[in-house]
Write a protein that binds this ligand. Structure first.
Ligand code: KG4
Ligand code: ZN
Length: 354
């Protein structure tokens, strides 16, 4: 028992920190080891977004993001501890996003975590941000879900993963050029929509006709599981350039959003379903910021139902960047036998691979 918290002797408390892009986030996670499936409870989760700051510039400015992280990290961590009714001394592990992401942003979280580790002697667990997304739909115990095909769609990455079990995974394919989230953001910019573009495009898409414009489905017919949305982005640009004016009527904007979104969703779902079939998957999971997209969630749900596959989608607050998923991934890492590292050995890595 630590303070007011109900816990057994073997339970571990993880303070998780995430600063890979434009959200400063911290969470406290309780993890019960020695169970067949890791038992994970979220005690607190705080996310401070920098949307207002970057909206003025139309996108994330890395140096401005880093400055905002520097300002926010200490109060956000303090808030997460306060909300969990715990002090830093009660924490067993410090988990921090090591990469991938924007280097100036990552450095703030990593160096803050290292300083905490140095002064408190708490062990430190470096977490791959994409592993956070990957495990975010698997927080609660579930049976017979493997093999699972996991589709991770974030701002910078689109990755298809084969999870053989909760310990063993293999990347089947990933982004060659633009990732899905990046394409959403760039198309939003072309349409003069505010930052962040993904949610704006998806909102306007509900008012448009998804069959209005026949945009290409890049790499759909290639046998591999890689993705590239740069050709689609260029097709949208050429379409807009073919129009007489540079500011478009609402219906045109809505039709572009709906048709573009449909092309992205089509590629993502068809490749995911192909992988599910090839690897005889029992379930599919969806994660990353673009998993907040309702059309993607709905169409994937339909496809999974048709193919008798169970679908795992995280709650909306776990879709876009947060520290709770970093704590969840850290709990899975401990469950899978990963050892912490000494703080002096840890460095942020903007190109960290899954
Ligand atoms: O996972 P995430 O929060 O950050 C990264 O790890 O990159 O993903 C952010 C991405 C952005 O590109 C954003 O536009 C996109 O997720 N996004 C969406 C939606 N909500 C967020 N894209 C499409 N529809 C949405 N509803
Ligand atoms: Zn992310």
């Amino acid at each position: 028992m630590k303070g007011l918290l109900k816990m057994s002797k073997s339970d571990k408390l993880i303070l998780a920190i995430e600063t890979s892009c434009d959200e400063t986030a911290a969470a406290v996670i309780q993890y019960t080891p020695n169970t067949q499936w890791p038992k994970i409870k979220t005690l607190s989760s705080v996310v401070r977004s920098q949307i207002k700051l970057h909206a003025k510039m139309g996108g994330v400015v890395p140096e401005a993001a880093a400055r905002a992280h520097v300002k926010n990290i200490q109060p956000v961590v303090k808030q997460a501890l306060t909300a969990s009714h715990l002090s830093l001394t009660a924490i067993d592990y410090i988990a921090v996003t090591q990469g991938p992401g924007l280097l100036p942003s990552l450095i703030v979280g990593v160096e803050f975590a290292k300083a905490l580790s140095m002064t408190t002697k708490k062990p430190i667990l470096p977490v791959n941000h994409m592993l956070g997304h990957l495990y975010s739909p698997l927080k609660d115990r579930v049976k017979n879900i493997f093999p699972q095909i996991a589709l991770i769609v974030s701002g910078g990455h689109t990755i298809l993963v084969l999870l053989e079990n909760e310990k063993k995974y293999k990347v089947l394919g990933q982004t060659i050029y633009d990732a899905a989230g990046e394409a959403f953001d760039k198309v939003a910019k072309m349409l003069h929509l505010p930052y962040p573009g993904g949610p704006e495009v998806s909102k306007l898409a509900t008012e448009g006709n998804k069959d209005a414009i026949n945009f290409p489905r890049p790499m759909l017919n290639q046998k591999n599981y890689n993705f590239s949305f740069s050709g689609l982005k260029t097709a949208v640009l050429y379409y807009l350039q073919s129009l007489p004016a540079t500011h478009y009527p609402l219906l045109t904007t809505a039709n572009v959003c709906a048709s573009f979104q449909n092309a992205v969703v089509d590629v993502l779902i068809q490749k995911t379903m192909r992988a599910a079939k090839e690897f005889k998957a029992k379930s599919v999971s969806l994660s990353g910021g673009v998993s907040a997209n309702s059309e993607l969630r709905n169409q994937l749900r339909n496809s999974c139902e048709q193919n008798h596959l169970e679908l795992f989608v995280p709650a909306f607050n776990l879709c876009t960047d947060n520290a709770e998923m970093i704590g969840i991934a850290a709990a899975f890492m401990l469950h899978n036998g990963k050892k912490p590292v000494h703080y002096s050995k840890l460095e942020a890595n903007s190109n960290l691979q899954l």
